[in-house]
Design a binder for this molecule. Sequence first.
Ligand code: DX5
Ligand code: ZN
Length: 226
Amino acid sequence: MSVLIAPSILSANFAALGEAIAAVERGGADLIHVDVMDGHFVPNLTIGPPVVTSIKQVAHVPLDVHLMIEEPDRYIEAFAKAGASMMSVHVEVLPHLHRTIHAIKALRVRAGVVLNPATPVVALEEIAADVDYVLVMSVNPGFGGQTFIERSESKVQDVRALLDRAGNRAPVEIDGGIDLENVARVVSAGARIIVSGSAIFHAPDPERATRELKAAALAAVMSPAR
Ligand code: DX5
Ligand code: ZN
């Protein structure tokens, strides 16, 4: 893996998800990022397993399912059956994070842990060796189209350093407010999975926006010094 682009369908037209997914796949999308919200952990409601099942039938790339829900243990099996290849859970909702991560892995799904902007990196300390990826939220979760929180750049570096100390080469994913202007900075900081919603799906041509974001991200991997 060098760097993967994961368009978030949250900002797509939900009445035409198949076309939206086909467009970003033509543009080089490596994953489809699916935002699941419950109206409790975050103040918004989105989609559940039946929609993921339908998406799985049309997508050619793996589905990266981001669970912004309370009690995710109740739903991980349903999302695995629906076709998730990757599933991430928020550290803020889980008193038994180790159990949940291993339950996701037991379903043969890659297991990720997510940190909200106000959650310190040290919250990962005891789980760093177990995770398949770490998602750093660079906005407060709940909505697309928010402004990138600048401090997230150094947080990506800190998460990368923590994973390295744990001997874990798992990638760092970043989600929230990523666009052509800031993607190089977060890649240089160590992000290797790039989620982007509104910068892709609110662009006039999502296929082209995906291609441009990917080119900018790959260029930053090739020339890490800035
Ligand atoms: C926010 C979601 C994000 C969102 C990103 O709660 O987790 O995945 O779709 O959208 P943008 O790129 O518009 O910030
Ligand atoms: Zn997300």
